[in-house]
Every structure is written in C-alpha cells, then in structure tokens.
Design a protein around this ligand. Structure first.
Ligand SMILES: O=c1[nH]c(=O)c2[nH]c(=O)[nH]c2[nH]1
Length: 294
C-alpha cells in the first residue's frame, strides 16, 4: 500500500486588522478580518519536517500589517490582490486571500457625522476571496448576513402533500432571510466599490419587488437581475435561510389573527441555495469550485 500527501494549504486565519486614515481631523476606519492560505511545493515539511519552503504563518500575518502601513488598504479586492501576488513566488505557487470587511457608521452628533467616533453597522459584512495561481487570478466577492423581510408579496402553495405534510398553503406570508451572496468577477479594470454597491442595490430591489411564489423563485430572480445589470459578473451563488414567521393561533383567546401576530422561529430553518450563471461564462476550474461553500 502506498501513501501519498494529497492537496494541502496553510496560512494565518482571521488576522484582525483595523486601520485609521488620518486626513486632518476627519478619520477613516477600515475594519478587516484577513485570512491567508498558501499552496505550493510543500511536500518536504509534511514528509520530513524540513521547513525550508515554508513561509511562516507568522510572517504572513506580519505582511498583512506591514502592507496596511506601506500603502492605503483601499478596496478589499485590491488589498487581497496585493497580498496574494506578493506571496506567490519560489515554492509558493498559489495563494488564496479571504477578507471580511466589517462596517462602521459615523455617530451623528447634533445632526452631523462625527469626525472620529463610530458605531458598528450591524452584522452585514462585505467579503472577497482572491485566488492567485501563478500569473492568473480570480476574484469572488460577496456579502454576508444581509437581513431582509417583506411583510406581504410572498406565497407558498402547490407543493406535494404526503402522510407527513402538515404545512398549510398560503397566499400571503412573511418572507424573511439573511442573504449570503458570492459573485465571481470576469474581465479586468473593475470598480470594486461601485460593483458591490450596485449588486447590493439590485439584491434589495429584487427582493422587494419580485412577487414571490417560493424563496427558490426569489433566489433565481436575484441572481438573474445581478447578471442582467452587471456585465463584470460571471456567476452568482446565493444562500438564503428561510427565516420562518409562523402565525400565532389566537383562537384560544377568542381572537382572530389576520396576518398580524407572528412567532419568529430561529431554528430549524429552510435553507435555499443556488447558483445562477451565464451560459457562456468561462469556467475558472478548481479555483472557484474549491472555495469554501459559504
Ligand atoms: O419558499 C419556500 N420554499 C420551500 O421549499 C419551502 N418549504 C417549506 O416548508 N416552506 C417553504 N418555502
């Protein structure tokens, strides 16, 4: 029986980086969590413990901080590309840099945004995953935990009934979710910030305006709308938990519930996931398919 080393990577996970840009009295904040992951000719360390090809994960972490000082972090995609292309040399043949950006809002004081005091902007995060392989690279950006709810304009009926089905059909329900979205960019010279903002806007508008017969239909409509609006996007993946809101039975109290009083369940939840893509999108191969699912 032969035993061999299979695919492997190593890096520093979740480097917490906060930068303050001091342009006069008005400060600008960036709050990132950066993970680096390198691949390459790493058999020697695994097989013999010879570390001569191993760029220490501590060095990777330090590089994140030094790069943040040497030039402005800018958009997370650009920062990830700078890091990824730096790491790929010698025995290191591939790098994947994952970045999450946590938002901060300026605190309003007397109706004016404060120069240097901030409040955390909820749970939503902007993300990117940049894969560098030799001289090629792929950028997959996205967002996590964009929490949405519509109080009507959602139905669910026509599903098969068997001996275990208890769910009633509905033509008017609450639809709520927390969007995790990933989109793969194609082409060059992309305005990352504008693209993110426009995709987010399209997600929100489609959720609001698409009359939903299922969360699956809403998922497809969101992906389709992004691809129609943004030529720089080749493929969209969405993960949509169905945050169920159940009508409370008020009949024991002699009351009727006309879609006004709900119990918001946190688990279990339906989980609707899917990919929407252009039929002529080039397949980037492993780089996209081996991304952590979400
Ligand atoms: O939009 C929905 N899709 C489902 O697949 C499903 N299943 C379920 O119980 N409720 C819902 N809602």
């Amino acid at each position: 029986m032969g035993i061999t080393l299979g695919p492997n990577q190593y890096g520093k996970a979740e480097v917490r980086l906060v930068t303050v840009t001091r342009s006069g009295p008005v400060h600008h904040l960036k709050d990132l969590t950066v993970s680096t992951s390198l691949r390459g000719e790493l058999a020697r360390t695994h097989l013999t413990g010879d570390n001569s090809d191993v760029l220490a994960t501590d060095t990777q972490k330090n590089t994140v901080y030094a790069f943040a000082k040497e030039s402005p972090v800018g958009e997370i995609e650009d920062f990830a590309l700078r890091l990824g292309t730096h790491f790929v040399r010698g025995p290191i043949t591939g790098a994947r840099i994952l970045i999450e950006e946590h938002g901060w809002d300026r605190i309003p004081v007397d109706g004016k945004a404060h120069d240097h005091a901030f409040s955390r902007a909820g749970s939503e995060k902007r993300t990117t995953a940049v894969t560098v392989q030799g001289s090629d690279y792929w950028v997959v950006s996205g967002l996590d935990d964009l929490v949405l709810l519509k109080s009507t304009g959602s139905e669910f009926h026509g599903f098969p009934r068997d001996e275990y089905t208890t769910l009633g059909e509905t033509t008017d329900r609450i639809l709520a979710t927390a969007v995790t979205a990933r989109w793969r960019y194609q082409g060059g010279a992309i305005d990352w910030a504008k693209s993110h903002a426009e995709i987010r806007r399209v997600l929100l508008e489609t959720f609001a305006t698409k009359h939903s017969l299922s969360l699956q239909q809403t998922l497809y409509a969101m992906g389709e709308a992004i691809l129609q609006a943004r030529p720089e996007v080749a493929e969209v993946r969405l993960s949509l938990p169905n945050k169920h809101h159940f009508l409370v039975d008020l009949s024991p109290f002699g009351l009727t519930n006309e879609n006004e009083v709900f119990y918001a369940a946190d688990r279990p939840y339906g989980l609707i996931e899917g990919t929407v893509l252009r039929d002529d999108a080039e397949d980037p191969g492993l780089a996209w398919h081996t991304l952590p699912a979400f």
